[in-house]
Design a protein around this ligand. Structure first.
Ligand code: A3P
Length: 311
């Protein structure tokens, strides 16, 4: 994918004090007036925004949040694709490049809306920084997320025929500096103690999902019975989600018209591991990826453990 630099009309200076003019921001090209449309978009007080770097466990937490907000309605969760219950803000534009229709899936959603986005804080609607609706952020080790993204894009057809090694080389050279996962996370990490922000990590969800559910219940002012908790834990387990058609993005895959789509197929809920990259990447490639990540961490005076909430 190609990215172009975009400059928002203003920055979230009320949330984070820094020299925002130095913050380079990118949108997939051609961006047209989409970043502007998002900047101007109406945010509702009772919205719930789920923001992540791609492939960081978004679907996992989305399914959980949707269930908590919908009285644990498992029947609907099992019969309606998650992307239709909780749309991905940038998706329609990614497929049709038509600003007129791009925000409709979100605008037409009954409230409280549960909205997914991979945009950086400064590219989210300006009203979000002022109205401060509930925002949920999940961070995952970028190495695991990048590998997950490779398989996802092989499915779509975009990366079909490319090896994981080729993909990683290109990514580290071209894409990662523009879609910097560390900077993306830091801006939400800095807000983690705000009452309207719930920041967690893929690692914490793997370690103790019950605790994440309990914390999210507090954050969303919801309660679940022990029976519902047991069912949630089962429904959200890797095995159940892997075998659940509504959480495997079948609707989304159906929207992509790439000649190589479906030539090689990997389950969306694929391997679900912390540190899975160690099984897939050669030592040299891990080092290269680590060098990029370390550089970004050092420049921002934070550690990976901190961003993963392991320290
Ligand atoms: P892998 O490809 O490494 O398996 P996103 O929803 O942000 O696109 O993230 C997708 C990643 O989250 C995939 O990672 C997927 O397997 C993982 N995931 C989704 N549901 C999960 C679950 N219940 N348990 C563990 N991992 C899960």
């Amino acid at each position: 994918m190609e990215y172009e630099e975009v400059t928002p009309k203003s920055y979230p200076v009320n949330l984070i004090k820094k020299d925002w003019t130095q913050r380079k921001l990118y949108y997939t090209s051609p961006a047209k007036s989409m970043p502007n449309a998002i900047y101007n978009m109406e945010v509702l007080d009772n919205d719930i925004w789920i923001v992540t770097n791609p492939k960081s466990g978004t679907t996992w937490i989305q399914e959980l949040v949707w269930l908590l907000m919908n009285d644990c309605n498992f029947d609907t969760a099992l019969s309606k694709d998650l992307e239709l219950r909780s749309p991905y803000l940038e998706f329609d534009f990614m497929i049709h490049r038509n600003v007129e229709r791009a925000l409709k899936p979100v605008q037409e959603l009954p409230s409280p809306r549960i909205i997914k986005s991979h945009l950086s804080l400064a590219l989210l609607p300006a009203q979000l920084w002022e109205k401060k609706p509930k925002v949920i952020y999940v961070f995952r080790d970028p190495k695991d997320a990048w590998i997950s993204n490779y398989y996802h894009f092989v499915n779509f057809g975009f990366q079909y025929g490319k090896t994981l090694e080729q993909y990683m080389d290109e990514l580290l050279e071209k894409e990662a500096p523009k879609r910097d996962p560390i900077l993306h996370a830091i801006e939400f990490y800095q807000l983690r103690n705000e009452p309207w922000v719930y920041y967690t990590s893929y690692n914490l969800m793997k370690q103790d999902l019950r605790k994440v559910i309990e914390n999210l219940c507090k954050f969303l002012n919801k309660t679940v019975t022990e029976q519902q908790m047991e069912r949630l834990l089962k429904h959200l387990s890797f095995e159940e989600m892997k075998n659940n058609p509504t959480t495997n993005h079948r609707w989304e895959y159906g929207q992509v018209q790439h000649p190589n789509r479906g030539k090689e197929v990997h389950n969306f809920i694929r391997s679900g591991k912390v540190g899975g990259h160690k099984e897939e990447l050669k030592a040299q490639q891990i080092e290269k990826a680590d060098r990029f990540i370390e550089g970004r961490l050092q420049a921002n005076q934070v550690t990976l453990e901190q961003l993963l909430l392991l320290k």
